[in-house]
Design a protein around this ligand. Structure first.
Ligand SMILES: [Zn+2]
Length: 195
């Protein structure tokens, strides 16, 4: 990655990390980066109410923080899409998104999720299952789901295509692009950081 710019010299970046700050739009207080998340796969038509993971039911429609089942036939897991932030010395922006798994891999993941041992698993093929604002349609991009041990959410890696989201995952995003993504998703903090 070309790290020609160093965010340590960007006063907005330092302001983000030095002290807790409050988003002028949503009123939440943050320290450092905001993680964005999709509450459910795009295909989920129900409410955002979440059942506990432990109530998982494979036979119909189900949604929890980490799992989703549609009609007992489509299986989704909550994953993290990481976009490297250029010039940040290795910081990643994490986007909470959903990806499909086959029934078999979903079952493997459920078992491993409970005991927190995922090192031997994956990566598994999946279909990216959200439409992200600020990109051409991202639904059903091909991806690989990488389980992570220690009850962390799996990481999702997009197939390396010319889709802008795939390119950004490979090449990283600038801090300005990150601030733009925040703004598109309801957290326009650019003014607060530039005061
Ligand atoms: Zn906000």
């Amino acid at each position: 990655m070309n790290d020609d710019l160093d965010l340590a010299n960007d006063p907005r970046w330092r302001r983000l990390w030095d002290n807790p700050w409050t988003c002028a739009v949503c009123g939440e207080t943050h320290h450092g980066l905001i993680d964005l998340a999709c509450a459910n796969p795009a295909q989920w038509a129900g409410t955002e109410d979440k059942a506990p993971n432990s109530a998982l039911d494979l036979s119909g429609d189900f949604l929890s923080e980490d799992f989703c089942v549609l009609e007992g036939q489509h299986f989704f897991v909550r994953t993290v899409l990481e976009l490297p932030i250029r010039g940040s010395g290795g910081q990643q922006f994490g986007f909470g998104v959903w990806a499909t798994l086959s029934r078999e891999n979903f079952a493997r993941y459920i078992t491993a999720f409970d005991n927190g041992e995922c090192d031997e698993l994956g990566p598994w093929f999946g279909w990216f299952s959200n439409r992200l604002e600020g990109y051409p349609d991202t639904l059903n991009l091909k991806c690989q789901v990488h389980p992570v041990s220690g009850r962390q959410r799996p990481r999702v890696l997009l197939e390396p295509t010319s889709h802008p989201l795939a390119v950004e995952q490979q090449s990283g995003i600038t801090f300005d692009r990150l601030l733009e993504l925040y703004a598109i998703n309801g957290h326009d903090i650019r003014t607060s950081l530039s005061d």
